[in-house]
Write a protein that binds this ligand. Sequence first.
Ligand SMILES: Cc1ncc(COP(=O)(O)O)c(C=O)c1O
Length: 413
Amino acid sequence: MVDVGSRTGGQFVRDDDQVNSLLAERTRDLVWPSRNQAPAPAGTIYFGGGMPDPAHYPLGVLTELFPEVLHDDDAAAMTYVAEPGYGGLRDVVAARHSQRDGVDVDPTQIAVTNGTAGALVLAAQTFLEPGDVVIVDRLTYHGAVLTFRLAGATVVGAPLDDHGLRADTLEDLLTELQAAGRRVKLVYTIPGCQSPTGRLMPDSRRREVAEVARRSGVVLLYDDTYGDLRYEDGFPPSLLAYAPERTVHLGSFSKTIGPGLRVGWTAAPTNITAAFSRIRTDLGTTPINQRLVARFVEQGYYDAHLARVNLFYRGKRDVMVAALEEHCAPYCRWFVPPGGFFIWLEFPHETVPDLEVLGLEERVAFFGDHHFSVEEPERRGLRLAFGQLPVDDITEGIHRLGRAMARQGAPAE
Ligand SMILES: Cc1ncc(COP(=O)(O)O)c(C=O)c1O
C-alpha cells in the first residue's frame, strides 16, 4: 500500500522509498548547477540564460506559414519522418553550410535533431562507452558535460585563451591521456561565439585544432548554437571546412528563430550520419516544425530575420558595454564579443561567491564560473547574457551590479 496524502484541491501520492531506491545513481549525482539554485527575490534583474528576446520571435511569419504546412503537406506533416529528418529541411540546411562556410555539404550529411541538445545526446550515444574520455573547453556548456557523463564518459577540461580552445595544450593533454591508456574519442568545443567567454576562434587556431584532432585520431564536436548571431565581419567557416572527415557540426534554430521549435541539426561525414540513424530511438523531431522551418528558410525569411535581429542584439551588446564602462570598470575586465549573447567578466581575485550574495541584495543575478567549469572553478569569472532583457533592464542591472562591486570594494589590478 502506498501512503496517500492530500492537499487543497486534490490528492497526491507521497514519495515512496522503495521507488526512490530504484532511481539510477546518476539522477542524484549528475545535476545542472542552475537547477539547484534558490529562486531570486522578486524584482531581480537576471542576466542568466542564453535566451533570445521574446519580442523578436518572428511570430507573424510563422503564423502565416503554419497553416500552409498543414494545408499543403497535410498527412505528411502529421506522420513520422524517416530518421535523418525532413528532406526539404536537410536541403536548405546543407545549402546554407555551402553558402555560409564555403564547404560542400550534401543533404545526406544532415540529421535533424531536437535542438543542439538532442544532437549532443545522439553524438554521445553513438560514440561513447563507459570510461571513454571527452575533452571540452575548460569553461563550457554544462548540458554537454552532463550528456557526456550520463553516457559514462570522463570529461576533462582543456585550457582556453583569447582565441578559444588552445591547440598546444590540447595536444599535450591528448598525448598525456593516450599515453596513460585512456581512450579519448571526442573534443567538444564552442568556437564562435564561445559560451560563456564570448571568444571567437580565428582561422589560424581552427587550422591548428583540426591538425591536432587529425594527429590524435579524435572527432571534433563543433557546437555552433550561437553561430548565426554575428555583429561583426570576419567569422571563419565551421570546423567542417578544416577537418571534414572528423567534424560533427551541431547547429540550431533555437537562438535565432526560437527554442520552442526544438529544431537543430548535425552536419557530419555520411558514415557518422548513418550511425546516428541506426541507433536513434526518438523517432525524429516533430515533422510539422521541420517543415515550418524549411519554408521559413527557403522563402528568404531567415536571412531577413537574421539581418534584423543581429542589428538589434548588437545594439544591446553595446548598451551593456557602455553600462559596464560607466559602473564596473574599476573592478573587473571584460571581453566584447563579436557575436552571441554573452559578456564574460573577469576579476583579479576570487570574487564571485561574495558578489553573488551582494548582487542578490541589490536585486541582480548572473551565472558565476562554477556553472561552466569542469574542473574546480577559480570563482573569478561570471557571465552576463544580454539577449533576452529589455535595454532599460540591461542598463539598470549593470548599475546594480556596479553597486554590488563597489560594496565589495575589490579593484581590478
Ligand atoms: C552552448 C549551447 N549548446 C547547446 C544548447 C542547447 O540548445 P538547443 O536549444 O539548440 O538544444 C545551448 C542552450 O542554451 C547552449 O548554450
